[in-house]
Design a binder for this molecule. Structure first.
Ligand code: NDP
Length: 402
């Protein structure tokens, strides 16, 4: 039983707070802190009403190491679950080192001025975390997170050697808006407008954003969707930790309306991350656009349909070629019924809670900076089945992927 601090009270923070509150035998005390304390208070009220449990709330500027240190001094937590934005990863890691707090996040560090998606800045903390006797668990969301676990689980139980990986993220949900993003709009749009990179024959190949697509039919009648190849951060760690991979690609489904809006917004400069001068004030177009779009945390009640996210892995076992598909399907309205949130926040927040549970219970606790696939997938996969993200395996799924 341990005391934890959750930083960030957006869509994902809300789910993490609910899921941790459901397990008082693991997370004995919970503090939810964010830039806007009233958002933490609203979530605390939901938790009181849902589970009759009190959590504490606080205000913190996670861009400021001294402010984080003050927060950690006040509560002396075992670990922090960072579900603020990727820009805050390094300041939170610095404060963890200063006050001896374990660390977990769901997205790799990004500098504000370039959309890079690289682990290099966080991997550089390896020695510091080791020397401090602390653990930093990187990317414990769904993708990255569960997708790393699906790959590791397949590699461990189905293959002697894995050769190709296709991570396929389908959101068959409908929120009824012509254009909205399911998680933080700024981070989402930076990700989908970035150049595509995929791993092929020992190197990353760059192609224009959204230039390669194909149809994919999900199992269990979720439907057929257009999926687009794009870069996603887990490709970097998975190709590093599975050097036998000859090709690794990430695919995400997008609807025509989403793509049309994105194209127009891009054409008029609204998705830019360079500051522009407007009436004597510097603004970043993408940050202004975020203010106009619906908050992802408000999409819950109006989103219907299902997500279907999984990994298609090929390789060899005992000299024979084989293909395995490991996946989870989640219904948006089921998530709303449980934690008042849509499935994108849910599928991110549940693995964050499970990663923290692995650390609190000592199953994964070890010094240093770790990506998910470096740890034993079995206890994590067991927990996914218990905590709301049951998964399936299809051997020889017969997909015809490019
Ligand atoms: P939101 O924008 O909904 O929430 C972010 C929260 O962080 C807000 O409460 C915000 O405060 C707070 N915050 C931002 N800056 C600061 C700061 N300087 N100090 C303190 N708090 C701050 O984002 P999401 O909940 O959608 O996403 C959270 C994280 O999860 C992101 O890093 C995202 O990339 C990641 N993610 C990972 C996924 C995965 O599968 N691995 C999938 C989806 C998301 P305020 O309310 O005041 O703005």
């Amino acid at each position: 039983m341990k005391k934890i601090i959750i930083i960030g009270a957006g869509g994902v923070g809300q789910v993490v707070a609910h899921k941790c509150a459901q397990l008082p035998e693991v997370f004995s005390e919970i503090i939810l802190a964010s830039r806007t304390q009233s958002k933490c208070d609203d979530i605390a009220k939901q938790i009181k009403a849902s589970y009759d449990r009190d959590i504490e709330t606080d205000q913190v500027d996670a861009d400021s190491v001294p402010d984080l240190v003050r927060l950690f001094e006040k509560y002396d937590p075992f670990m922090v679950i960072n579900v603020a934005l990727p820009y805050q990863d390094l300041t939170i890691m610095d404060a963890c080192l200063e006050k001896k707090v374990h660390y977990l996040d769901t997205a790799n560090y990004e500098p504000l001025d370039t959309a890079k998606f690289e682990y290099k800045w966080q991997w550089e903390y390896q020695d510091k975390f080791k020397e401090a006797g602390l653990m930093a668990l990187l990317g414990s969301g769904f993708d990255p997170g569960a997708t790393n676990m699906f790959t590791a689980y397949a590699a461990k139980h189905y293959f002697d050697e894995i050769h190709t990986l296709d991570i396929i993220d389908v959101n068959g949900g409908d929120h009824g808006y012509p254009f909205a993003t399911n998680f933080n709009p700024e981070i989402n749009i930076r990700e989908v407008t970035a150049e595509c990179r995929h791993w092929e024959s020992g190197e990353f190949i760059t192609t224009p954003a959204m230039s390669t697509n194909q149809e994919f039919t999900c199992p269990d009648s979720v439907g057929t969707y257009n999926i687009y190849r794009m870069y996603h951060e887990e490709l970097e760690s998975l190709t590093k930790h599975y050097p036998t991979l000859k090709r690794a690609q990430f695919w995400m489904s997008f609807g025509d309306s989403y793509l049309k809006h994105l194209e127009v917004l891009g054409n008029v400069g609204m998705t830019g991350i360079e500051p522009v001068n407007f009436n004597g004030q510097e603004i970043i177009p993408l940050q202004f656009l975020k203010e106009l779009l619906p908050e992802p945390s408000t999409l819950g009640p109006r989103t219907t349909g299902k997500t279907c996210i999984g990994c298609v892995v090929t390789g060899i076992k005992k000299g024979k070629a084989r293909t395995v598909y490991v996946y989870n399907i989640k219904d948006h309205q089921d998530c709303y019924g449980e934690v008042q949130s849509q499935a994108i926040s849910y599928t991110t927040g549940v693995p964050a809670m499970i990663g923290a549970k692995m650390m609190v219970e000592g199953k994964w606790l070890k010094e240093g900076v770790w990506n998910m696939e470096q740890l034993d997938p079995d206890p994590f996969m067991d927990e996914m089945n218990k905590q709301g993200l049951p998964w399936q395996v299809i051997e020889e799924p017969g997909f015809d992927l490019i």
